[in-house]
Design a protein around this ligand. Structure first.
Ligand SMILES: C[S@@+](CC[C@H](N)C(=O)[O-])C[C@H]1O[C@@H](n2cnc3c(N)ncnc32)[C@H](O)[C@@H]1O
Length: 305
């Protein structure tokens, strides 16, 4: 295990203690009162960018504009999106192991390169197509949808550089999940919504639409950031304010969500959480691994009744 994991555990413990003290002394209430009077006091906590009066579905124009500005860096595997490129090390196994666990693919096939052949996956919020391509390379047929025009164009342009076989198995559409669900209810074996929830205010709307697109017995996979002080420090303070390798305003603590909150929402729509797996990213080696706690970022697998 990497030495950075040791540091992560120590920092995690410190933040856990801080969280207990904060809730014991009800400091959140004090903070909210102060923020109501003076505005943001803790950096990266609240998204104070202007919000539209009536956003279209779960989509926020401010978020989409921000995503559009990231197009230039998206496919640079050594740049700021580096961790998204190496993320396949855990998010592809999350999907493969999950589908094997529910019997959608044989357990004996999981190490085969094309183990997802015949599996129809919707990637909700596919961005520039990094994960869609990773999943299609394992044999899946992937439909990638995203409300950001620049990202969908980028995904299509990148796919043009790939093999004919891959092109046959991926299609991209500029559409919201809610709109897509109206036409494609119960169509997919799996829905993958990766690193999207932290950019959405109306989480129930997008989650309901994702579940609607699933066939009964289908699997929902979500990866996102937990709403903890540790995640705030690791995903906002370090990358946006200290090391500055991702633009400020990419993430806000108030948009992070705990796995238990996701489970509660999807349960209303007939989906049961099967497993939550914590991830650890070692920036030095650019390696991801599964860990036993989900305090920072995690992958959730749920199954529709
Ligand atoms: C960080 S990117 C992740 C892209 C891709 N899933 C991946 O992991 O490579 C977040 C994506 O979510 C999209 N997005 C933001 N709000 C959304 C919403 N309400 N519904 C669907 N996608 C959304 C953005 O346009 C952006 O492309």
């Amino acid at each position: 295990m990497s030495p950075y994991y040791g540091m992560y555990v120590v920092i995690g413990l410190i933040f856990r203690v801080l969280e207990i003290i904060t809730s014991f002394l009800k400091l959140n209430v004090v903070l909210e009162t102060l923020e109501a009077r003076f505005g943001n006091i803790i950096i990266g906590r609240n998204d104070d960018r202007p919000k539209e009066e009536s956003p279209k579905d779960s989509v926020s124009k401010t978020e989409i504009d921000h995503m559009a500005s990231l197009v230039k860096i998206w496919w640079n595997r050594e740049g700021s999106a580096k961790m998204l490129h190496s993320f396949h090390q855990v998010r592809v196994p999350l999907v493969v192991d999950g589908l094997a666990e529910v019997g959608r693919i044989p357990k004996s096939d999981t190490s085969k390169q094309d183990c997802l052949r015949g599996v129809k996956i919707l990637e909700a919020g596919c961005g520039g197509g990094i994960l869609a391509e990773d999943l299609a390379k394992r044999g899946a047929h992937v439909v990638g949808i995203d409300p950001c025009k620049e990202m969908i164009e980028l995904a299509k342009t990148h796919l043009d550089t790939e093999s004919a076989d891959l092109k046959d198995r991926i299609e991209y559409h500029l559409i919201t999940v809610e709109e897509h669900a109206k036409e494609f209810a119960e169509r997919y074996d799996a829905i993958v919504c990766s690193e999207v929830m932290e950019h959405v205010d109306q989480k129930e709307s997008i989650l309901e639409a994702c579940v609607k697109c699933l066939k009964p017995g289908g699997s929902l996979f979500i990866t996102t950031e937990n709403q903890t002080m540790l995640a705030w420090f690791i995903f906002i303070i370090i990358p946006e304010y200290i090391l500055k390798f991702i633009p400020k305003g990419t993430h806000y603590y108030e948009k992070f969500i705990a796995p238990v909150q996701i489970s509660k929402i999807i349960e209303k729509y007939g989906c049961k959480t099967l497993r939550v797996r914590g991830f650890f990213y070692d920036r030095m080696s650019n390696r991801w691994s599964f860990i036993g706690n989900d305090d920072c970022n995690y992958g959730l697998h749920a199954v529709k009744n």
